[in-house]
Design a protein around this ligand. Structure first.
Ligand SMILES: Cc1cc2nc3c(=O)[nH]c(=O)nc-3n(C[C@H](O)[C@H](O)[C@H](O)COP(=O)(O)OP(=O)(O)OC[C@H]3O[C@@H](n4cnc5c(N)ncnc54)[C@H](O)[C@@H]3O)c2cc1C
Length: 509
């Protein structure tokens, strides 16, 4: 036993030297484990009663974009930067090479990042790494549908901004967040493994087997959750954060129920090339679903094309030349004519005063695609919302808490919003001396995020449904909606700010 303890102390000391320690106290939250450990603001090495038990303040399950953003956010806040954090994910991108070469062909998996997200990423120090890699701001957007009855143009100048958003490859975002995290002296440890099960003890008793003498007292008292990993190791944490995506194991193990449905639509995504640079985000609603052409910098764009499952399988199999023809057809005269500007409608709304820059912009045909330059990938689409994001010792964030239709590119933006909100709430809890796994604290986070996330999911679901029906009167209504938004400045400004991450609904203000 003595030998084991010495061995363990050596391991801890080595981790201490490399800046990777296990479990510390923060601010005035004093923690002690079976009187074997000592925690101070100065991070003294912690001695543990057992060799296998590893103890952390926070265990983040899922080191995707949202999980790593959460860790970066904790690292950036004075009261949370001294927490000890475990990040569990077997995805090789967490352990491998973290830089993306600029001359590589852009990856088909991209995210449109809102101005609100960009400023949050700047706050935590991650944006500078994105700036060093490939990304593409866009200042213009055009939305129209196949009926040819109307269109709406948006311009960043309408809201005195330089950009409406930025398209970034997911691997650039992920590697930037990892670089940011590695650049801090934050105490985090990665576990290249998967969560298989989890035990959330209540103070009243434990369902765990094993002798109580080998079990940490805090765990037995319900003050730690125990995580079981696929490589056979275990660890303990005061708070488990499920950032493990749409099929979240944390959500399942903690018993969170969900509401939602499958859209019976799939998204086909890929990277394409043009003869010239594309600076605008284009989206056309077709009978089967929207097709988006998003600028990626240089002559590259990303395609996100929503269609039925059978059509998506056909398009995936299609040869590159035929696929390019189908894309160009769908972004031009396919399914219906180009819309005309409607001066008459503009006159009706002239009493609403000032024109915006985009009000006078005519409909444009997107730049032709010349070449398919990546593989095509297909994703089934669904709406899912966890009915609760928090229980004692567990919180959900990102796709583990909600998945939305990608038609407005909001999914990961909502996830980043969750990550920043939870780290802020944890910091407030630490300031008050509250246990960071306490449900009353975690409910504050849930209250912060749930309303905004549900509202966005409902808006996107409404759009998906409104454009999924080909029915005469509804087509006319949609055309009216395009015109109304095109020519009513307050409404257009409201939509731009809502899509930019402002949590207010796009109503007249
Ligand atoms: C076609 C398409 C287009 C999209 N476009 C946009 C867009 O333009 N803008 C936007 O904001 N959003 C967009 N989204 C949504 C966005 O991609 C997701 O919201 C985002 O990837 C979610 O990130 P996440 O970190 O929450 O989850 P994920 O990216 O799913 O990461 C979860 C991580 O958890 C790990 N994991 C899973 N299970 C376990 C386990 N048991 N143990 C340990 N680790 C585990 C996985 O390995 C993974 O690394 C789009 C989605 C799709 C499908």
């Amino acid at each position: 036993m003595h030998k084991l303890l010495v061995k363990k102390l050596n391991v801890d000391f080595n981790q201490w030297k490399t800046g990777k320690r296990y479990f510390c106290n923060v601010g005035h939250v004093k923690v002690s484990i079976e009187n074997h450990s000592e925690h101070t603001k100065d991070h003294k090495v912690t001695n543990y009663p057992t060799v296998n038990a590893q103890h952390y303040d926070v265990a983040i399950v899922g080191g995707g974009m949202v999980g790593i953003a959460f860790a970066c956010s904790l690292a950036s806040i004075p009261l949370t930067k001294r927490l000890s954090v475990a990040i569990i994910d077997s995805n090789p991108s967490l352990t491998g090479e973290v830089s993306v070469k600029k001359d590589e062909t852009p990856d088909p998996r991209v995210s449109t990042i809102t101005p609100t997200t960009i400023s949050l990423l700047k706050d935590i120090g991650a944006w500078k790494y994105v700036e060093q890699q490939r990304h593409a701001f866009f200042s213009k957007m055009q939305v129209w549908d196949y009926t040819g009855m109307g269109y709406t143009r948006y311009n960043a100048g309408d809201v005195d901004k330089e950009a409406l958003g930025c398209v970034v490859e997911n691997k650039v975002l992920h590697s930037s967040l990892l670089l940011c995290l590695k650049d801090t002296d934050f105490q985090w440890m990665k576990f290249p493994s998967r969560l298989t099960s989890m035990t959330l003890n209540s103070a009243a008793g434990s369902e765990e087997s094993g002798s109580s003498s080998s079990k940490p007292a805090l765990y037995a008292d319900g003050q730690l959750a125990k995580l079981h990993l696929s490589d056979g190791s275990n660890l303990f944490a005061k708070l488990v954060v499920g950032a493990d995506g749409g099929k979240s194991r944390v959500r399942e193990l903690a018993g969170f129920s969900t509401t939602g449905w499958n859209y019976l639509q799939h998204a086909v995504i890929c990277t394409v090339e043009h003869a010239e640079e594309n600076h605008c985000a284009w989206q056309r609603f077709l009978p089967e679903g929207p097709i988006a052409l998003l600028p990626l910098g240089g002559n590259f764009s990303n395609i996100v094309w929503t269609m039925g499952p059978k059509e998506s399988a056909d398009h995936k199999e299609m040869n590159a030349d035929n696929f390019v023809k189908a894309v160009n057809h769908s972004l031009d005269f396919g399914h219906g004519p180009h819309p005309q500007s409607s001066g008459g409608v503009k006159d009706v709304f002239s009493w609403l005063s000032t024109d915006l820059i985009s009000t006078n912009e005519c409909f444009e045909v997107p730049p032709k695609v010349t070449r398919l330059v990546s593989e095509k990938m297909v994703f089934p689409l669904s709406l899912m919302h966890a009915n609760s994001y928090a229980t004692k010792r567990v919180a959900l964030m990102g796709d583990a808490a909600h998945t939305v239709h990608p038609l407005a590119g909001q999914g990961v933006n909502l996830g980043f919003g969750d990550a920043f909100a939870l780290s802020k709430v944890i910091s407030e809890g630490i300031a008050l001396g509250v246990d960071i796994g306490e449900v009353s604290l975690l409910r504050k986070y849930e209250a912060d995020r749930k309303a905004a996330n549900i509202l966005m999911a409902a808006v996107l679901d409404g759009f998906q449904k409104a454009y999924a029906v080909d029915f005469g009167p509804l087509n006319v209504l949609r055309a009216v909606a395009f015109h109304v938004v095109q020519y009513i400045p307050p409404l257009k400004r409201g939509i731009i700010s809502y899509a930019s991450g402002d949590q207010k609904m796009p109503l007249f203000s």
